[in-house]
Design a protein around this ligand. Structure first.
Ligand code: 4H6
Length: 252
C-alpha cells in the first residue's frame, strides 16, 4: 500500500517509517510512505505556505496553491507506484477535528485502497477552496485539538498498516480480534510467576486451551461491562460466546 503525506514537517514521519511494525512493513516493501513538502512548491524567496486570513483575526491560514501543487505531485507519485488514481482507490484525506471519527471498522475499510494521500494542516487550517477542490475524505482521530495534522496522519497510517493482510500474518489477526469483535482486551501475564505478591491466574498455567479461551473471554466481558458500557450494549456474541455468557449469568 502507498501513503503520500503532505506536510511542512516531513521529518516527523521517521517515527512510523523507521520503528516497530510499521518500520518493518516499510523495510519489507509491503508499504511505501513518502512525504511531500508544500514548501517545495512555493515560488517566492521565503518559501511561504501561510498567509493572513481574509476577514482578519489571529493566526495564519495555509495557502491553496502550494498545497494544490503538492497534491498533484502526490497523485503522480501514487500512479508511478502502481496506484489507480481517484477517490475510490487513492483518496485525498484531510486530517481535521471536523472529520468523521476513525474507528477499527473504518480502518479496516481503508485497507482496501491502493494508496492514500494524507493532507496535514498547520496554523489555523487550510484555505476552504483547496479543500472543496481536492479533499475526498475528512478524518478525525478523536474529539481534541492538536497543533497539526501530522500526529493524526501517523495514527491513521499505523492503524491501517497493522490491519494489512501480510503485515502481521495470522499472529495478531487472531488475537487482535479484541477490539475488532467489539470488546476490550483481556489482561496479559508473563514471567515471573509472582510479582509484588501477585501470582499468575492458575488457569493460564493449566495448558487447557478451551478453559483459557473461555477465561480470557470472560475477562474481556467483565472489563467491557465496567469500563465501556457503550461497547457492551452494542456487542453481539458468537454461538460459543453465548454459551459462555449463560454460564457466567448462572454464577451471579
Ligand atoms: C485541520 C484544521 C486533527 C487540521 C485545523 C488535526 C486534531 C485533529 C488542524 C487544525 C488537528 C484530530 C490547527 C486546529 C491548529 C487547531 C490540525 N487537531 N488545527 N482530532 N490539528 O484528528 O489549531
Amino acid at each position: 500500500m502507498y501513503f503520500a503525506v503532505i506536510s511542512i514537517f516531513p521529518e516527523m514521519f521517521a517515527s512510523i517509517r523507521e520503528f516497530g511494525i510499521t518500520g518493518r512493513a516499510v523495510t519489507q516493501e509491503q508499504v511505501t510512505i513518502e512525504c511531500i513538502n508544500p514548501r517545495d512548491y512555493t515560488t517566492d524567496n521565503y518559501r511561504r505556505v501561510d498567509e493572513r486570513p481574509y476577514g482578519g483575526g489571529p493566526g495564519m491560514v495555509m495557502m491553496a496553491e502550494p498545497l494544490a501543487q503538492a497534491i498533484e505531485a502526490a497523485k503522480l507519485r501514487a500512479s508511478q507506484q502502481g496506484c489507480r488514481i481517484g477517490k475510490a482507490n487513492c483518496p485525498v484525506v484531510y486530517m481535521s477535528p471536523q472529520g468523521q471519527t476513525l474507528s477499527e471498522n473504518s480502518v479496516l475499510d481503508m485497507t482496501k485502497y491502493d494508496g492514500m494521500i494524507l493532507l496535514c494542516g498547520r496554523y489555523e487550517g487550510i484555505d476552504e477552496r483547496l479543500l472543496s477542490q481536492y479533499v475526498d475524505l475528512e478524518v478525525s482521530i478523536g474529539d481534541y485539538v492538536l497543533s497539526g495534522g501530522e500526529l493524526p496522519a501517523m495514527v491513521m497510517i499505523d492503524s491501517v498498516i497493522r490491519r494489512l493482510p501480510d503485515v502481521m500474518g495470522d499472529k495478531l489477526s487472531a488475537e487482535q480480534d479484541s477490539f475488532v469483535d467489539g470488546l476490550l482486551d483481556c489482561p496479559h501475564y508473563t514471567k515471573p510467576y509472582e510479582f509484588a505478591g501477585m501470582a499468575v491466574p492458575e488457569v493460564l498455567l493449566s495448558g487447557h486451551h478451551a478453559n483459557i479461551a473461555k477465561w480470557r473471554f470472560i475477562q474481556q466481558v467483565k472489563r467491557t461491562q465496567t469500563r465501556r458500557p457503550d461497547l457492551w450494549q452494542a456487542f453481539t456474541p458468537t454461538a460459543e460466546q453465548a454459551q459462555w455468557l449463560k454460564a457466567l449469568e448462572k454464577q451471579d
